[in-house]
Every structure is written in C-alpha cells, then in structure tokens.
Design a protein. Structure first.
Length: 328
C-alpha cells in the first residue's frame, strides 16, 4: 500500500496560511515560488502519492500563481516534466514564449528544468503529475516544441492518458508498491504516446497554435517598445488585426490583454529582485513599455491585488532568488 503525504491549511491560523502554503509549495515541488494575487484570505489542500518514479498530487486551493525563475530552474536537482489536469477551475501554463489554457477534461505539460509560470485565476482542483524527464527523452522525442501545449484529453490517446492518471491517483492507496510502480510506468508510456501524436499532428488547430506562437514571440521581442500595438503586430506579421484576434479566440486573453499581462509580469520580476531597488518604480514601468504611471499602477493592482510599492516592499522581505539556498 502506498502512503500519501497530506498538507492542509485547515489547522493553520488564517493569518499564517499564505506563508505556510508558500513553504509547502516550495518544498513539495522543488523550489517553486507562489503568490495569491494579493488576496488575504486563503485555504489550500495537497495530497501526494508516488507511483514508482511518478509523483501524483491532488491540489485544491483558492486562486494563486506559481513561478519558477531561470535561477530556480537551474538549481533543480532532478529534471521532471509536469502535467496539470484540472478537475475544477482553469490554469494558464506559460513557458518558452508559449501559453496554454487548460480546463477540466484536458491537460497541459511543461518542463521544470526551464522557467515557467502557472496562473490559477479561480479556485481550482488540479491533478499535478510529475514524470522523470529522462524517461520521456530516451526514445528521441523532441520535447521543447511540445511544452506549454494543450495536449488534449477529450479523445484519443490523450484521453486514455488523462483517465489513467486520474484513476491511478485515486487507486494508489490500495495498490502494492510493485503495482504502483507498474502504473507509473504505464503513465509515462501513455504520456509519451500522447506527445508523439501531438508532435506529428498537422491540422488547422496546430497551424493556429503556430501562428499564435509567432505572435507571442514578436510581442516578447518588442515588449519594451511603448509603440507596440495591434497595428504594429499586424503589419510586422503581414496579417489583419481580425486575424490576430481570431488566433486568440480560444484563449482567455485578447492580444492587447496578453501584451499588458506580459509587461506587468516583467515588472513583477524586476520588483522581486533586490537589485531592482536601485531603480524607481516609474523607471521599471517605463522600461517595459508603459508610458503613464497612473495607468501602470491601476493595471498592476488589478493583476496582483496590491500596489507596486507594496509589492516591492513584500518582495524585499522575501527575496526570490536568494531562496535557492533553501532545501529542494
């Protein structure tokens, strides 16, 4: 019988829950920062079990984000691929200039050896699956183009993989160690087949994803330019603004909102770093394409729940990248 690790804020004083949750997320997922959109009230629960080398975690929590910076990614002791498969709520997976929104019935995958951010903008109940990366690469599968992709789950092998991951998590308490290891190996194989199918799929859907990637790459390259507009992007990519909007039609974002969110997140990264204290908040905002301090402060508060100055003050008490000295 496999043993589950259970963590819950139910027995923790409300004022201490956010800090406790951040520590649990850091320890369980190997050096992963989190924030709560500035919310003061929070409750969360995690229950994790191992199926051989595969770790399956059920996570239920209020809205929150998690972040792995490049510095934290380089500090990883072991390379994992990580899957998020919601039972309830949604998640946005950002990595390598790509973004995938995933909802119940689907799953997305990303690489813990690179930097990434996961947004959970509403209360969620997720299955998080961690698979040793070397077991997916040993047969020559090129993983980089497949990260931060919506793999599927509605039909085909991706659905078989999703149902197997969910069923394995639910039945692990009744499994012997040998059976659990076999289930973990089966999950790895089904995920590999799902990614192999995704890599070979040519359809209007993947063509749209490729175009959306081009848009995001262009935005990333010109994010500091205050003149970056839809007209600018359409002209650079030789398409209409309507085509730009159509590319984002299946996403939670519009292109304009994506630009704004990427700029806010870039400012957040600089404000988190202690070296950024030598620059004013206005300097940082203007360096990332904002040209109005009042507008920046408003959208920053909408995104994080706090003002830029309060965010910087909180970050100075808990510097992000010095935390690599903590145990992972």
């Amino acid at each position: 019988m496999t043993v589950a690790s259970v963590m819950s804020t139910d027995s923790v004083a409300p004022i201490e829950r956010a800090a406790i949750w951040r520590d649990w997320v850091w320890a369980h997922f190997g050096g992963l920062e989190s924030d709560l959109y500035g919310d003061t009230g929070f409750d969360g629960h995690m229950s994790a079990s191992a199926a051989g080398d595969v770790v399956l975690t059920k996570l239920e929590a209020n809205r929150h984000r998690v972040l792995k910076s490049p510095q934290l990614a380089r500090a990883n002791d072991r390379a994992y691929l990580k899957i998020v498969a919601p039972w309830r709520g949604s998640a946005a997976v950002q990595q390598q200039g790509r973004e995938a929104w995933v909802r119940p019935g689907g799953w997305a995958i990303y690489d813990t050896t690179g930097s990434y951010e996961i947004a959970n903008p509403e209360r969620v109940e997720h299955l998080i699956v961690m698979l040793p990366k070397d077991q997916l690469t040993e047969r020559g599968l090129k993983l980089e183009p497949l990260m931060a992709r919506h793999v599927g789950g509605v039909s085909g092998i991706a659905r078989v993989a999703l149902e197997t991951m969910r069923t394995t998590y639910q039945e692990l308490p009744q499994m012997s160690e040998a059976a659990a290891r076999g289930a973990g190996e089966l999950i790895v194989e089904l995920v590999r087949l799902s990614l192999q199918e995704l890599a070979g799929r040519e359809s209007s859907v993947t063509q749209l994803e490729a175009f959306r990637d081009r848009i995001r790459v262009h935005i990333g390259q010109h994010l500091r330019d205050p003149s970056l507009t839809l007209d600018h992007i359409a002209q650079a990519l030789n398409c209409s603004k309507r085509h730009l909007h159509n590319a984002f039609s299946a996403e939670e974002d519009t292109p304009a909102h994506y630009i704004q969110r990427q700029r806010i997140q870039a400012c957040m990264r600089e404000l988190r770093q202690t070296g950024g204290a030598q620059r004013t908040i206005t300097d940082i905002a203007f360096s990332w394409g904002f040209n109005n301090t009042a507008h920046f402060s408003r959208v920053f508060r909408e995104h994080t729940g706090v003002s830029p100055s309060d965010f910087r003050e909180a970050a100075s008490r808990r510097p992000l990248d010095t935390e690599t000295t903590r145990s992972t």
